[in-house]
Design a protein around this ligand. Structure first.
Ligand SMILES: *[C@@H]1O[C@H](CO)[C@@H](O)[C@H](O)[C@H]1NC(C)=O
Ligand SMILES: *[C@@H]1O[C@H](CO)[C@@H](O)[C@H](O)[C@H]1NC(C)=O
Length: 403
């Protein structure tokens, strides 16, 4: 009896230890955040087990979360919602129902999920797009680009680029009653990465006449050159998005070859031949003092050139928009960047804000000191959070004022 009780107590203690996720003190609704984060972590471990047993690939297993969150395209009294294709790429289209006096604004949106997960039909993305469409009386095109591990870079980029380029044609904009002067790209996390890359590439494309009014980057991933930035070090085991999951997402964007993942995990994936690129992600130059605090800059450690030859994507600005010269940043449109304190990707966004400003681009940089990666997706019950609503409202307010 005594032994059984002892075993029970020990097992409970181990389980509690496993389930416990420390949540930073200044995060609101800490118990709810811990519950959400623990659920994510447990699902991550289950996915590792299914992968290890050969039942299902890790990312495919995590994709079940996306599937569970799926909601079909349903119109409401304000917005007509349809799933369709633009330029042969799947999109979810949100068209305001109320009659418009003049031309409308438009937001081309790319969802997050590490280029591997997510869908425009996930409850939170569907909701945010509906709110955007209703509140701004805007057309919202939410793109279902193809995902890894089935498709790798540059497929994701090419899908969102094709939709954007198609939509920006004069006759298409006029078909949807959209003002060519009031179109933006927007996205969160991997979607913010895609939005930034699309905005850059459009500037180089002589076939595109319409200019974007703005780019909106919600806690974007903007480079995988240095995966040991202060934000990576501070938030390696942070809620929702850990460093190791980020490394999985980044490497899976380019290949399922575990050699790249391992090299990225130890931050030794960039060869000496590419050393000149580190000037673009030099956090000792581009981060404000408060984010550098307590960290010492050491130069990069180089890896073999074989990986970069096989998977050159990680050195490509279409995957890493920070890796371009100031001259190429100069012509970018008005920019909104949201960064969160408790986020491995925080310093990507902070460095981009700094570099864009230095290049003369008007930037609004909101830094949410009490928020974590992905916070803006927690806007529908039962997983909604006050911080999610606050950030979403701010995003809509900025769009309404600036688009
Ligand atoms: C439709 O728009 C009105 C006014 O913005 C809002 O009060 C209402 O909740 C919206 N309906 C839906 C289903 O979102
Ligand atoms: C980064 O910037 C620091 C100065 O802040 C400089 O000493 C260092 O050489 C730079 N490193 C690279 C790789 O650009």
């Amino acid at each position: 009896m005594g032994t059984k009780l002892l075993c029970f107590v020990l097992a409970s203690a181990l389980l509690a230890y496993y389930l416990y996720t420390p949540v930073p003190e200044d995060i609101d609704e800490p118990w709810k955040v811990m519950l959400l984060s623990t659920s994510f972590r447990v699902m991550g471990h289950l996915a590792e087990v299914t992968d290890w047993l050969g039942l299902m690939n890790y990312m495919e297993a995590l994709m079940l979360i996306t599937t569970a969150e799926y909601t079909p395209p349903t119109s409401d009294e304000n917005v007509t919602v349809t799933d369709t294709e633009l330029s042969n790429v799947a999109v979810r289209l949100f068209l305001p129902r109320k009659p418009s006096e003049g031309l409308r604004r438009a937001v081309i949106f790319f969802h997050g999920g590490g280029w591997c997960l997510g869908h425009a039909g996930m409850k939170s993305y569907d909701r945010l797009a509906r709110w955007t469409s209703n509140r701004l009386n805007a057309v919202v095109v939410s793109v279902n680009y193809r995902l890894a591990p089935k498709y790798h870079f540059p497929v994701q980029f090419e899908d969102v680029y094709a939709v954007t380029k198609f939509f920006l044609q004069r006759n298409i904009l006029s078909q949807y009653g959209v003002d060519p002067e009031r179109v933006c790209v927007a996205g969160d996390s991997a979607g913010g990465n895609l939005a930034a890359a699309v905005a850059q590439q459009l500037l180089e494309d002589s076939e595109v006449e319409t200019k974007l009014k703005a780019q909106v980057l919600i806690y974007p991933a903007l480079q995988s050159l240095d995966l040991n930035l202060p934000s990576y070090q501070e938030n390696a085991d942070q809620v929702i998005l850990s460093r190791s999951l980020t490394v999985k997402f980044w490497s899976e964007y380019f290949t399922s070859d575990l050699a790249l993942r391992d090299a990225m995990a130890s931050n030794r994936h960039v060869p000496l031949e590419s050393s000149h690129l580190f000037q673009f992600v030099n956090w000792s130059q581009f981060l404000p003092e408060e984010l550098k605090k307590g960290h010492v800059y050491t130069g990069p450690v180089y890896g073999s050139s074989e990986l970069a030859q096989k998977y050159p994507g990680f050195l490509d600005p279409r995957a890493a928009p920070l890796l371009v010269s100031d001259a190429r940043l100069r012509r970018l449109p008005l920019t909104y960047i949201l960064t969160c304190q408790y986020d491995v990707l925080r310093d990507d966004g902070a460095m981009y804000a700094q570099r864009l400003r230095a290049a003369g681009v008007p930037v609004t940089h909101d830094h949410a000191k009490d928020a974590f990666h992905g916070a803006m997706t927690f806007i529908s019950a039962p997983t909604d959070l006050a911080v999610g609503h606050r950030l979403a409202n701010r995003y809509l307010e900025w769009l309404d004022e600036n688009l």
